[in-house]
Design a protein around this ligand. Structure first.
Ligand code: AMP
Ligand code: MG
Length: 359
């Protein structure tokens, strides 16, 4: 399949402001060209095709959420298990009415505070939402992304987009257009190549379908943020707390996608956990030891509390290490008391297959 690649780098809030508010001719032309590209991509969606596009979290691979045949193509392009439901992306909060059967007061408050943004809400679905989107569940996951390209695409497609991350299933989520090209060129109809994603890890998934709010996947919006807004405790899916990722029957994650070995680099990976000075010296020792055995070793160590930076760079670093052809990745753990640290470590532990060494 030929994949059309469109440059939408210039479709940013800043460029739009320069074009509209200050009337700068150059900005106006650049924004118009990018919007033309988005219009082409929207046409692809309306015809039932697949388009990869940037969001503030990671790049998504979108199809018309109400076109079952189009949605099925996503599973095929990604090699994604078909019991793994997708998040439906809307351009206006009011569009959720076409997807969710009923909005609880909690949902309304969360939408008012966090949309557009990296918070996905799981609600009872309307009958019109194809089961192919929800992996056969009677709930639907919805969010409104905070990205001008994503919003323009959804608006122009005139339909919500079912969109999982735009990577081959099991690989680290794509946070740049180059990552998407690497995985999906030749497998999708079009790619909107924009800027690197601002946040870098996937949205928080919050289940509201059974009354009490429960986090199914941690992300940039944390349990503390949500609890503070709603004035009530927010639960965390017990499978997320299992340190070894074990999915025994009682701890099977409620978000089906969380049970897969996700985010995985090709290299073997281990995470060192403990005091920083010990992590650093053990990292060095293991690196030398493994190199003596003829293995190529890459290391990954973020500042202990630089959670934003770690979220932004984690997936890109894992891909870069794979591209460099390392056999072993040795990473240092971050603290998990902070909600964003917890979200980053959820991805890091999965990438490492829960291979943790205490030092
Ligand atoms: P992705 O689209 O790749 O970012 O993954 C979406 C995540 O949301 C996966 O972990 C899914 O299992 C989860 N998810 C999507 N829809 C639902 C739903 N209706 N109920 C529970 N989890 C969901
Ligand atoms: Mg994904």
């Amino acid at each position: 399949m030929d994949t059309a690649i469109y440059d939408v780098n210039n479709l940013t809030d800043e460029m739009s402001e320069r074009a509209e508010v200050y009337g700068e001719e150059e900005a106006r032309r650049a924004v118009a060209a990018a919007l033309c590209a988005v219009e082409e991509a929207a046409r692809v969606i309306r015809r039932g095709g697949l388009v990869a596009f940037p969001t503030e979290t990671v790049y998504g691979l979108g199809a018309d959420a109400f076109n079952e045949a189009a949605v099925r193509k996503i599973y095929a392009a990604k090699g994604r298990p078909s019991d793994n439901p997708m998040i439906v992306h809307v351009a206006r909060a009011s569009d959720i009415g076409a997807l969710a059967a009923a909005l609880t007061p909690d949902a309304v408050r969360l939408i008012e505070s966090f949309w557009p943004g990296p918070l996905t809400l799981v609600l009872r679905k309307r009958a019109e939402v194809p089961l192919a989107v929800t992996g056969g569940l009677d709930t639907v996951a919805v969010r409104m992304p905070d990205d001008p390209v994503a919003l323009a695409l959804i608006r122009r497609a005139e339909t919500p987009l079912a969109a999982p991350s735009a990577n081959i299933s099991g690989r680290p989520s794509p946070t740049t257009a180059a990552h998407v090209l690497q995985d999906l060129a030749g497998r999708v109809d079009a790619i909107l190549a924009g800027r690197p994603c601002r946040i870098g890890i996937e949205s928080t998934v919050l289940d509201l379908s059974e009354g009490a709010p429960v986090i199914l996947r941690p992300g940039f919006v944390t349990a503390d943020h949500i609890a503070a807004l709603l004035g009530k405790p927010v639960g965390t899916d017990s499978a997320l707390r299992a340190r070894d990722g074990s999915a025994d029957a009682a701890a099977a994650p409620k978000a089906p996608g969380m049970k897969y070995r996700h985010y995985a680099p090709k290299a073997e990976m281990m995470v060192l956990e403990g005091r920083r000075d010990r992590v650093k010296s053990e990292m060095e020792r293991l690196k030398i030891l493994n190199e003596r055995l003829g293995r190529r070793v890459g290391t990954l160590l973020f500042e202990e509390t630089a959670f934003l930076e770690a979220a932004h760079r984690l997936f890109a670093e894992l891909r870069a290490l794979d591209d460099a052809g390392v056999d072993l990745i040795i990473a240092g753990a971050l603290g998990t008391d902070d909600g964003l640290g917890f979200a980053v470590m959820n991805r890091m532990m999965k990438a490492a297959g829960y291979h943790v060494i205490r030092v």
